[in-house]
Design a protein around this ligand. Structure first.
Ligand code: SF4
Length: 344
C-alpha cells in the first residue's frame, strides 16, 4: 500500500479520511494541532491519541519534512534558505526581518513559466507546481530554524512561481496557514502576489480572505507586454476588469507592485498614468528598487528620480511606499541559489 503524506491533505480531506478510518469527528482537530502547531514528526508523539489510533495513522500515512540545504544570512539579518524537495529539486524561501515584523517570502512553483524580463527565476522556465505540503513546509522549516529567536509574523507569496496558476494547492495551504489550530497566521498578514491571471483574480476574494498584490510594473500595454509576456494574454483593460469584479472586504486595499526600471517605465508621465489607472480600485502602491542581476537588461533609477515619481502619486492622494532592497549582498537575484542548484 502506498502511504499518503498526511501534510498533503486539505483540512476537509484530512477530516474525511480520518472519519473513513473510524476516528471520531474531533480527532481531526487533535491531529492537525500536532502536525502544524506542535510540528511533530512521528505519530507516536501524538500523545492524546490512543495507541490504536496512532497505529492506524502509521499504517496509512507518513509525516514528511522538507530539509534546508543552505542558509545565507545578509548583514541586515535577511536569511535566504535553499530548500530541497522530495524529488531533489530546490526552491528558495527568504525571511526578511524589520523592527516590527518578520516576513517570509514563500514559493509556489519550481521555476516559473511567466518569463518576466526583470526576474531571474523567469529565466529558468517552469519545472512543476509545488504540492500543499511543499508550500506549507517552507514555513515549518524556517519556523524551526528560527526557534525562539524570531517569530514569523507575515507571509508573502512572492517567491518562485506564479501562485494563481497553482490554486489547487495554494488555497488549501492558505486555509491551513490561517487556521487558529494550525499555523494561526492573521489573514491580514498574508499577501498573495500575482502577475495578473485575470480569470483567477475574479474568484480570489471568494476563495480566500488573505490579501492580494498585483505586479503591475507598467502603465501601457506596449511596455507591459514587453517586460511581462502575460500582458499579451490579459492586457491592462482585462486585468482591471477582473480586479473590479473581485469581492474585497470593506477597507481592504489591493497592493500594486511597481518595479522602477530606468528609462523603461519610470517617466513622470508613467507616474501620472499610474495614478489614473488605479483610480477605479482601492489601491496602495509599492515602488520597488530594481535588484540588478547578472546579465539583467535593466537599470535602477537614481534615488532623486524615484522620489519625483513617488511625489506625483502622493499628491494624487495614494499611499505609495518605496521598498528598499533588503539583503542586497545575498539577494542580488531572487531565485539565483535555486536555479544554480536545479541546473547542477
Ligand atoms: S516575477 Fe514572479 S511571475 Fe514573473 S517570472 Fe518571476 S517568479 Fe515568475
Amino acid at each position: 500500500m502506498i502511504l499518503t503524506n498526511i501534510k498533503n491533505l486539505s483540512l476537509s480531506e484530512l477530516s474525511d479520511r480520518l472519519k473513513a478510518l473510524g476516528f471520531e469527528g474531533y480527532r481531526a482537530r487533535q491531529v492537525k494541532r500536532w502536525l502544524y502547531q506542535k510540528d511533530v514528526t512521528l505519530f507516536d508523539e501524538m500523545t492524546n491519541l490512543g495507541k490504536e489510533y496512532r497505529r492506524i495513522l502509521d499504517e496509512h500515512f507518513t509525516i514528511s519534512s522538507l530539509s534546508i540545504q543552505e542558509v545565507q544570512e545578509s548583514s541586515d539579518g535577511t536569511r535566504k534558505y535553499l530548500i530541497t524537495l522530495p524529488d531533489e529539486k530546490a526552491i528558495e524561501a527568504v525571511m526578511i526581518p524589520t523592527e516590527s515584523r518578520n516576513t517570509l517570502c514563500v514559493s509556489t512553483q519550481v521555476g516559473c513559466a511567466m518569463g518576466c524580463g526583470f526576474c531571474y527565476t523567469g529565466t529558468m522556465g517552469l519545472a512543476r507546481n509545488l504540492t500543499i505540503f511543499e508550500i506549507l513546509d517552507q514555513v515549518a522549516v524556517v519556523r524551526r530554524d528560527l526557534k525562539d529567536k524570531k517569530k514569523l509574523t507575515n507571509l508573502v507569496f512572492m517567491g518562485m512561481g506564479e501562485p494563481l496558476v497553482n490554486t489547487k494547492n495554494l488555497y488549501p495551504a492558505l486555509e491551513i496557514l490561517i487556521d487558529p489550530e494550525c499555523f494561526a497566521f492573521s489573514r491580514h498578514h498574508i499577501t498573495v502576489s500575482t502577475v495578473g491571471i485575470a480569470p483567477e483574480i475574479e474568484k480570489f476574494g471568494d476563495k480566500t480572505p488573505v490579501k492580494l498584490a498585483v505586479s503591475l510594473h507598467a502603465t501601457t500595454d506596449e511596455v507591459r507586454s514587453r517586460i511581462m509576456p502575460i500582458n499579451k494574454k490579459y492586457p491592462l483593460k482585462k486585468l482591471f476588469e477582473s480586479l473590479k469584479k473581485m469581492s474585497l472586504p470593506k477597507r481592504n486595499r489591493i497592493t500594486f507592485e511597481y518595479v522602477l526600471l530606468h528609462g523603461v517605465n519610470d517617466s513622470l508621465d508613467d507616474a501620472r498614468r499610474l495614478a489614473k489607472l488605479l483610480a477605479p480600485v482601492p489601491a496602495k502602491i509599492n515602488l520597488i528598487l530594481f535588484n540588478e542581476f547578472p546579465g539583467a537588461p535593466y537599470k535602477r533609477p537614481p534615488d532623486e528620480w524615484v522620489l519625483k515619481f513617488q511625489k506625483i502619486l502622493l499628491d494624487k492622494g495614494y499611499v505609495a511606499v518605496i521598498r528598499k532592497s533588503r539583503g542586497r549582498d545575498i539577494l542580488g537575484a531572487c531565485g539565483q541559489l535555486a536555479i544554480e542548484k536545479n541546473a547542477a
